[in-house]
Design a protein around this ligand. Structure first.
Ligand code: FAD
Length: 377
């Protein structure tokens, strides 16, 4: 017998789980299928950093604000700990300070606070000695420990929202309302495909036509040697030429020129700094960006060294230890942060094509659900 549902979601990463939540909240009977027995994709390899400040002006920033609110609402219900709130952007150079001053004057800088060097040090006593022009404090961000949060979100959707999870089940075809899977056929009135950076299993010709590629990132887990506690996430000058909310400002051009002269190796490896902390005090630190059709399987030591070099320039962690290293990949387009494609009126292909899925997925899912319901009413 073929099982039948109102709503089928392919992919149990954060994008798929966000769609399952939106559909369950709308009263639909939902099934989620994933080919992995447990989540191992981008959604558990990331920082769990729900970033608002610095996201691209417009839809991305708006979606990040909304998704942050959904995280805040769902996390306590699902038993997910918010590890910390807020973001400290440190500025070592005058040019970096000029960028965050310009940012603070925009509407996106509302509720953010410009800090002198002394104020930044008082907020984060473990900032490294050495030149510091000042900083920016944003209250908007949240951080979850993704490797715990994603399984907990899945368990809560299953237990409290009645979502059915079928895994490990590979979906190898969709025709009309039938999903052809490694566990047989499933019928669903509406289908959302959230495959992350898997480009060949479903709608490969559409994914190819969209030009979706992949980005590989290096990540580290670092144990401070001095018990350092951070007030929130920490970023540095390099982030101000990467995150579009800052990088699009005219002031970022002078900073980029200076960084090209002073940190060319970091820029060549696509490195900027994000540091977040967990309950055990360990820090998740990254990252680098390499754009490759087939991500290289070998992590280059010098890339990790450059990330740690930037970490040490920003934070004094005493005799720190690297306790884990890993790489992650996400889907990438150079000019679009996310894509929603409609292969059929009742099917949507949803791919976040940038490093923003943890920050925007809940809002994207609400929009996709409204669109699907409108198209298939
Ligand atoms: C190292 C790293 C750091 C990041 N940092 C941040 C950050 O700080 N903040 C932020 O907002 N974003 C961050 N991101 C981006 C974010 O993690 C991604 O945008 C997001 O996780 C993508 O979610 P997803 O559900 O689309 O993909 P995934 O988590 O990869 O999930 C896709 C799922 O689909 C399943 N699947 C695919 N095809 C099939 C099929 N045919 N049948 C069955 N199952 C299938 C896969 O098994 C997989 O479980 C980061 C990403 C990485 C890699």
């Amino acid at each position: 017998m073929t099982a039948s549902f109102d709503f089928a979601v392919v992919g149990a990463g954060i994008v798929g789980l966000a769609h399952a939540l939106a559909a369950a909240r709308a009263g639909h009977r939902v099934v989620v299928l994933d080919r992995e027995a447990q989540s191992v994709g981008a959604s558990v390899r990331n920082f769990g950093f729900v970033t608002v400040t610095g996201q691209e002006r417009g839809d991305c920033w708006r979606r990040a604000l909304r998704s942050r609110d959904v995280w805040a609402e769902v996390a306590p219900q699902a038993g997910i700990r918010i590890e910390h709130e807020g973001l400290l952007v440190t500025a070592r150079r005058a040019e970096a300070m000029a960028v965050i001053e310009a940012f603070a004057a925009t509407d996106m800088g509302r509720d953010c606070t410009l800090l002198t060097a002394a104020e930044a040090r008082s907020r984060c006593p473990h900032l490294a000695a050495g030149g510091l022009a000042g900083g920016l404090w944003s209250p908007h961000e949240r951080r979850v420990e993704s490797r715990d949060a994603i399984p907990k979100l899945k368990d809560w959707l299953e237990a409290e929202k009645g979502v059915i999870f079928l895994r490990p089940v590979h979906v190898h075809g969709i025709e009309e309302r039938t999903l052809y899977t490694s566990a047989g056929r499933i019928e669903a009135a509406r289908i959302v495909v959230c495959p992350g950076d898997e480009r060949l299993a479903l709608y490969p010709e559409r994914i190819s036509a969209l030009g979706i590629g992949r980005c590989r990132l290096h990540m580290l887990k670092v144990r401070p040697g001095n018990g350092a506690r951070l007030p929130g996430a920490v970023m540095s000058d390099l982030s101000l030429v990467r995150y579009l909310g800052y990088a699009a400002l005219p002031e970022a051009q002078a900073l980029r020129r200076r960084l090209e002269a002073e940190q060319p190796a970091h820029l060549a490896e696509g490195i900027h700094l994000i540091v977040v902390q967990g309950a055990d005090g360990d820090l998740v630190v990254g990252d680098s960006h390499h754009y490759e059709a087939s991500p290289a399987p070998f992590a280059q030591g010098h890339v990790d060294d450059l990330i740690l070099d930037e970490l040490d320039a920003v934070l004094d962690l005493g005799p720190r230890t690297v306790v884990e290293r890993w790489m992650g990949t996400y889907a990438h387009l150079p000019d679009r942060l996310m894509v929603v494609d409609a292969p059929e009126p009742h099917v949507r292909l949803v791919v976040v094509t940038s490093g923003t899925g943890a920050s925007t997925a809940f809002a994207i899912a609400e929009e996709v659900l409204a669109d699907l319901e409108g198209a298939t009413a």
